[in-house]
Design a protein around this ligand. Structure first.
Ligand code: PHE
Length: 342
């Protein structure tokens, strides 16, 4: 048998059987069906045939061409499916594997306490102002009546960034900042983070939070201060809490006092938390010093005011029986996830 069309078909089929990937298929298609391939060659040879031979030969070559094309197409589709299936198998997801646990963020217990305190004071008519964590020596000390060599500076172990720039050691600098921009009556609470260069232990830390409050108007009295403090501590800790006011000293108030509450753990009987005294110190307060009012541009002959400042970590620790202040900043989810949002 010496039929070139049949020979080519056999050859084509033989080679096709050996293919197993898409990558091999395309060169094969090109070799047979391309412009320089044997099929095209047979078609070109038509013109050498006689007029009688031409139609039948032409039809047979075209049949072969169609056959070869559809055989390649079919194989292409088959390989494609096979390779896709193999890829999916490889990349597939095993839906029976247990999922990875996801940690959900919650409000930090200190933030919850801060919000609770702000709610109490907003209800009492105070508005909220935020100071700056980086302060000048002037607002943190000078304007609050701590002269350059004032001994009370020793109680504030300060992180200085530059000789006159520091990390605020308390929220009190907000007092003069607000006075500079607001006229009395002023009723402001200022929450925020403070920093002191202290050893980090279970009871003290280099960073902590305070909330400052102050009220300036005509005729604000010491009695107003005591009443406000009593109202808010009872709201915070419950009406059965007992309070103790002790005289104390801060350069920016006169007179100054510290306030203790009866121990929340032992209710005054004496325990390790209150060092067996039955009392816990919670805040400092006093009547704003005339000099401080003057530094804020407010005439102390006309106006008077009170101020208090309270640490925020302490009440959280007391409420939840937390023994170590470092837990607040360790970022350990096992600690943090115990606090449900209030
Ligand atoms: N700023 C003081 C401190 O950090 C607390 C305080 C505030 C005292 C306002 C009196 C008045 O210790």
């Amino acid at each position: 048998m010496n039929d070139p069309i049949e020979t080519l078909r056999l050859e084509f089929n033989e080679e096709l059987k050996r293919l197993s990937t898409l990558k091999e298929l395309e060169p094969h298609r090109q070799r047979f069906l391309g412009r320089k391939g044997p099929i095209q060659h047979l078609l070109s040879s038509l013109r050498d045939l006689s007029a009688e031979e031409r139609p039948l030969f032409g039809k047979r070559v075209n049949d072969l061409k169609e056959f070869a094309e559809s055989a390649c197409d079919e194989l292409h589709a088959r390989f494609l499916l096979g390779e896709e299936a193999a890829r999916l198998k490889e990349e597939g997801i095993d839906v029976t594997l247990p999922g990875r646990p996801r940690l959900f963020g919650r409000k930090h217990p200190v933030s919850c306490m801060m919000e609770e305190l702000l709610d109490i004071f907003m209800e009492m008519g105070f508005s909220v102002q935020y100071g700056s964590e980086i302060e000048t020596d002037y607002y943190n000390f000078e304007a609050l009546n701590f002269g350059p060599d004032h001994p009370a500076r020793d109680m504030h172990d300060t992180f200085y960034l530059r000789p006159d720039i520091l990390l605020r050691t308390h929220t009190s600098p907000t007092q003069v900042r607000v006075m500079e921009h607001q006229r009395p009556p002023i009723r402001v609470v200022a929450p925020g983070r403070c920093f002191r260069n202290e050893d980090v232990t279970a009871r003290s830390h280099v960073q902590f939070h305070q909330i400052e409050g102050f009220y300036i108007d005509r005729g604000v009295s010491f009695a107003d201060l005591l009443q406000t403090i009593q109202d808010f501590l009872e709201k915070l800790f419950g009406a059965e809490i007992k309070l103790r006011f002790r005289p104390s000293y801060f350069p920016f108030v006169e007179p100054g006092l510290e306030v203790d509450v009866s121990c929340l753990i032992c209710h005054g009987v004496g325990c390790a938390v209150c060092k067996h005294s039955g009392w816990l110190e919670v805040l400092g307060a006093g009547m704003i010093h005339p000099e401080v009012l003057r530094n804020g541009g407010i005439d102390p002959e006309v106006y008077s005011g009170y101020a208090w400042g309270m640490g925020v970590e302490r009440p959280v620790m007391l409420r939840h029986g937390i023994q170590d202040i470092r837990l607040f900043t360790d970022n350990d989810p096992r600690f943090l996830e115990q606090f449900l949002e209030l």
